[in-house]
Design a protein around this ligand. Structure first.
Ligand SMILES: Cc1cc2nc3c(=O)[nH]c(=O)nc-3n(C[C@H](O)[C@H](O)[C@H](O)COP(=O)(O)OP(=O)(O)OC[C@H]3O[C@@H](n4cnc5c(N)ncnc54)[C@H](O)[C@@H]3O)c2cc1C
Length: 481
C-alpha cells in the first residue's frame, strides 16, 4: 500500500454536499483531496428534482417578497414534525440564502417563476422554492465548470472511480483513509479533517432492511451509489444511527413482480402519480381489497403519503376508463398515453379489460369489492357528492376498456442517519465527537432535517449549505485562523 502526502481536508464523495465542500475549502487555501467511487461527479444530482428552499435571498428581495430566515425555520419545524433536529434545521435555514445567492453568482439558471410555492410538497408560508430547467442536473451543470477549473489548476486533488474503504485512526483521531482504485490498488492518505459526503443508503436493500425495517420489500429510485458507505465506514466507532423509526415512502413507483428492487427515477418511480395540486384526478385509487381509501383530490401531500403508508405493502391501484385516459394530460407524469396502452399490453403492472370483474381478475383485486367500489363511485359522480370527500367527483367509470395501474410507495431517501453535533462532527457510541470526522448531506438522515414528512428542498439545500459551510470552517481551522 502506498501513502500519499498529507492534506488538510479529505472529502469522501463528489456529490451534492462533497462538491461545494471541496470548492469552498480549496478557495480558502486548504489542500483538498476528493475521492469519488462513481464514474462521474454529481451523485444524486443526476436524479434529484433539485428543488431548493431558502428565505431572505437576493431573488426574493428583487421580487419584493417579504420573508425571513426565522419564518423559514418555523415553517420547516411545523411541517416536519418529530424527530427533526432543530439546531441543524436552524443552521440549514440560516445558511440557505447564502447558498442560493452563491449559486446565482455561479450562473445558476433559475426557472423564471422562482422563488415560488412548489406544489410537489406541502406549501411553505411564502414563495421560497427554487429550481432550474433540468432539475438536479442544473445544479451540477452550474458547479461543473468551476469544479473542473479548480481540479485542472491543482486546487483540488481528485481521484475518480476510487472508493474509500477504511477510515484510519491515530490517537483517537480520524487521520485519513484507505482508498481503493478500480484496479484494486490501495493507498493511504493522511488528512487533518475527513468529511463524509457519501450520500444515503436507500439503494442498499440490506441497509434499508436494517435501518428502515418498516419499509416494505425494497423498491428504490435512489442513485445506485447511495449504498450507505458512511455507515459502513463508521461502524467501528459504534456510531449511533438515529431515527430508525421514521420512514416516508416516495409516492409512488411501479415495477413488475419479477423486477429487482431498483427502478429508474422519474421513469418508473418518484412522484409519478402527481400531486392533486398539479393535476385534477380523473381516476380513483383502490387498495389491495379493491376499496377506495382516500379522496383522490386531497390537496395535502402529507395526508396522501400517510394514507399510502397504511396500506398493505403500500400497494395501490389507479383505476380509470378509456374516457379518463385521453381526457387531459397523461395520468402518469412524464408518460404518453401510448406508454400506458403499451404497459397494459405487457400486463406486468398495468392491466386492461372490457369489464370491471375481468379487470379485477387480471389485476389481482377482489372482484366483488371492486365492482361495488365502482358502482358507489359512479353514484357519487351522479349526485356530485363523494362520501370520501372528493371535491369534484367526476369521470364515472363507464367506458371500456377499463385500466388498473399498480403503484407502490418506494424508497428514494434515507430517513435514518449518522448523529452529529452542531459543528457537524460525527458522534461516537457515547455521543462524543470523533476527532477529525465530519458529515454533510443525506448521511445525516432525512428525518434530522425533514422530520417525518417530506419538506420541500430540505435535502438538496442543506447538503449544499452544510458542504459549503464545512469547507469554509475546516479551511479556516487548518490555516489556524
Ligand atoms: C429522484 C430523487 C428526487 C429528489 N428530489 C429532491 C428535491 O427536489 N429536493 C430535495 O431537497 N431533495 C431531493 N432529493 C434528495 C436529494 O437529492 C439528496 O438527498 C441529495 O442530493 C444527496 O446529496 P449527498 O451529497 O448526500 O449525496 P450524493 O449527491 O448522492 O453524493 C454522494 C457521493 O458520494 C459518493 N460515494 C459514496 N460512497 C463513497 C465511497 N466509499 N468512496 C468514494 N465516494 C463515495 C457517491 O458515488 C456520490 O457521488 C431527491 C432524491 C431523489 C432520489
Amino acid at each position: 500500500m502506498s501513502t500519499s502526502a498529507n492534506i488538510d481536508i479529505l472529502v469522501i464523495g463528489a456529490g451534492t454536499a462533497g462538491l461545494p465542500c471541496a470548492m469552498e475549502a480549496a478557495s480558502a487555501g486548504a489542500s483538498v483531496l476528493v475521492v469519488e467511487k462513481g464514474d462521474d461527479i454529481g451523485g444524486t444530482l443526476w436524479y434529484s428534482g433539485g428543488q431548493m428552499s431558502a428565505a431572505a435571498t437576493r431573488r426574493q428581495r428583487a421580487m419584493g417578497i417579504d420573508d425571513s430566515v426565522e419564518e423559514h425555520y418555523r415553517d420547516i419545524v411545523r411541517m416536519a414534525g418529530e424527530p427533526v433536529d432543530k439546531s441543524l434545521v436552524r443552521r440549514a435555514a440560516e445558511l440557505a440564502p447564502q447558498t442560493i445567492d452563491w449559486l446565482e453568482d455561479l450562473g445558476f439558471p433559475f426557472d423564471p417563476s422562482c422563488p415560488a410555492l412548489a406544489p410537489e410538497h406541502e406549501y411553505y408560508g411564502a414563495p421560497r422554492t427554487y429550481w432550474g430547467p433540468e432539475a438536479g442536473i442544473s445544479i451540477l451543470k452550474t458547479l461543473r465548470p468551476h469544479w473542473d477549473k479548480m481540479v485542472a489548476d491543482g486546487g483540488i486533488g481528485f481521484e475518480l472511480r476510487s472508493r474509500v474503504v477504511e477510515l484510519e485512526v491515530d490517537a483517537n483521531r480520524v487521520c485519513g483513509a484507505v482508498i481503493e482504485d478500480q484496479t484494486g490498488h490501495q493507498s493511504r492518505v493522511r488528512a487533518g479533517a475527513t468529511v463524509l459526503a457519501t450520500g444515503g443508503y436507500a439503494a442498499s436493500p440490506q441497509m434499508v432492511a436494517e435501518f428502515t425495517p418498516q419499509a416494505p420489500a425494497l423498491v428504490t429510485h435512489a442513485a445506485e451509489t447511495s449504498t450507505g458507505d458512511a455507515i459502513s465506514l463508521t461502524r467501528k466507532f459504534g456510531t449511533k444511527i438515529r431515527n430508525t423509526d421514521v420512514y416516508v415512502p416516495s409516492l409512488g413507483g411501479f415495477r413488475a413482480e419479477t423486477d429487482a428492487g431498483r427502478i429508474r427515477p422519474w421513469r418508473d418511480g418518484w412522484g409519478l402519480v402527481g400531486s392533486a395540486r398539479m393535476r385534477a384526478p380523473r381516476e380513483i385509487y383502490v387498495d389491495s381489497h379493491g376499496r377506495r381509501f382516500i379522496n383522490e383530490d386531497e390537496p395535502s401531500n402529507d395526508r396522501r403519503d400517510f394514507a399510502i403508508r397504511q396500506l398493505d405493502r403500500e400497494l395501490f391501484w389507479l383505476i380509470f376508463d378509456s374516457t379518463a385516459l385521453v381526457a387531459g394530460e397523461c395520468l402518469i407524469m412524464g408518460w404518453e398515453n401510448a406508454d400506458i396502452t403499451s404497459a397494459a399490453d405487457a400486463g406486468e403492472f398495468c392491466w386492461r379489460a372490457e369489464t370491471i370483474p375481468e379487470l379485477a381478475a387480471v389485476a389481482g383485486l377482489d372482484a366483488d369489492n371492486l365492482a361495488k367500489t365502482v358502482t358507489d363511485y359512479n353514484t357519487a359522480v351522479e349526485r356530485g357528492v363523494d362520501p370520501l370527500g372528493r371535491h369534484a367527483p367526476d369521470y364515472p367509470l363507464q367506458t371500456p376498456p377499463f385500466y388498473a395501474f399498480r403503484f407502490q410507495g418506494c424508497a428514494g431517501l434515507s430517513w435514518a442517519g449518522l448523529t452529529v453535533d452542531d459543528r457537524l462532527r460525527v458522534l461516537d457510541a457515547d455521543n462524543r465527537p470523533i476527532d477529525g470526522l465530519y458529515a454533510a448531506g443525506e448521511v445525516l438522515g432525512m428525518a434530522s432535517l425533514s422530520g417525518s414528512a417530506t419538506v420541500g428542498g430540505m435535502s438538496v439545500t442543506p447538503a449544499l449549505s452544510f458542504g459549503r459551510w464545512l469547507g469554509q470552517q475546516l479551511a479556516a481551522e487548518s490555516s489556524g485562523a
